[in-house]
Design a protein around this ligand. Structure first.
Ligand SMILES: Cc1cc2nc3c(=O)[nH]c(=O)nc-3n(C[C@H](O)[C@H](O)[C@H](O)COP(=O)(O)OP(=O)(O)OC[C@H]3O[C@@H](n4cnc5c(N)ncnc54)[C@H](O)[C@@H]3O)c2cc1C
Length: 291
């Protein structure tokens, strides 16, 4: 297995993100997406982790299976919310013992609990603490999350948010961003990091809009501003799903081009366990694996 930091040192990386399915049908969808995306030869793929450990076994099983049964290198996401130190140590040493070398260390959002139920205890609060916990446990390459438009909990305090991000990246090996729609937001974040003396590679995350209903939900979740001109273009054709997809792919392709032209170290695609949009953007960009 390769360390993602070594892949980044060797050139641009192209990567895909998946989430653990909850149903048999969703499981088949993931299998199909993995099968259809493997021929593109991604530098690595990643598998998300459910809040409070809700996908603990499923995330691990999918990561191990991808590493074992496919030509792809899988990175495991791990969040500290809702876990004790002992649980996190157990998960990380399990990865080490099974040859998983890349972990994306995240704070996670507080797990949802039923009314009146106590939230599970969290020994760690911030992703940077999780990086510190993981580092001595093995020869891991550790990634962290970055939010070009500030983390939604940062309440607009840009300097403090960037200071926290810079401190976290100094401990980690690389970053991956939340999705965003304007290259300028990513570039401003990279300038803010450079002015703090941080030069770790930060891979931009790309989420193509493939249906009109996603727009508000995704943008709210991510704290990402959905540009008014794109909202208007999509809104004008919202009852034509094929047209929405076409515009979503076209806009994401242009964003990728702008980012690559500006020197981004790679692209990380949020696939939502589906392959077509990512494959189309890949083809539009003329990337390897699509010839
Ligand atoms: C690429 C990517 C992948 C993701 N994958 C998952 C996933 O698999 N599962 C999941 O549940 N969620 C995932 N998330 C969402 C993520 O868990 C949430 O955004 C979460 O709210 C914050 O995580 P973080 O790691 O960015 O937190 P942190 O870096 O800990 O930051 C959270 C907030 O705390 C502040 N902060 C950080 N350090 C300090 C400090 N020392 N003192 C004071 N304030 C501080 C930050 O400014 C920020 O406002 C992902 C996000 C991204 C961008």
């Amino acid at each position: 297995m390769a360390h993602i930091s070594d892949l980044l040192a060797g050139g641009r990386t192209y990567s895909f993100e998946f989430f653990p399915p909850r149903t048999d049908e969703a499981e088949r969808q993931l299998e199909k997406a993995l099968h259809e995306l493997e021929p593109l030869g991604p530098s690595f793929v990643s598998v998300t982790y459910g809040a409070g450990g809700s996908t603990r076994e499923r995330t691990r099983d999918i990561v191990l299976r991808i590493n074992r049964d496919t030509s792809m290198t899988a990175m495991a996401h791990l969040t500290c919310a809702g876990h004790t130190r002992a649980e996190l140590t157990d998960i990380v040493t399990g990865y080490r013992d099974n040859g998983v070398e890349n972990i994306l260390a995240l704070a996670g959002d507080p797990p949802m609990v039923a009314d009146g139920a106590a939230a599970p205890p969290s020994d760690l609060r911030y992703a940077s603490e999780l990086v510190d916990l993981i580092r001595p446990l093995g020869q891991f390459c550790i990634g962290v999350a970055a939010h070009p438009e500030l983390h939604p909990r940062s309440a607009g305090d840009r300097a403090a948010d960037r200071d926290n991000l810079a401190a976290k990246l100094r401990l980690a090996d690389f970053g991956v961003t939340q999705f965003f729609f304007r290259a300028a937001d990513y570039l401003a974040m990279m300038d803010d990091l450079a002015s703090r003396g941080v030069d770790r590679p930060v891979i931009p995350g790309i989420m193509p809009v493939t249906n009109a209903g996603q727009i508000q939900r995704f943008a709210q979740m991510a704290g990402a501003a959905f540009p008014a001109d794109l909202a208007a273009r999509i809104g004008a054709v919202e009852d034509q799903p094929d047209e929405v997809r076409r515009i979503g792919v076209e806009v994401a392709t242009q964003l990728c081009r702008d980012l690559l032209d500006a020197g981004a170290p790679g692209l990380h695609f949020y696939t939502l366990n589906r392959s077509p949009a990512t494959r189309e953007i890949y083809a539009n960009l003329g990337l390897p694996g699509t010839a």
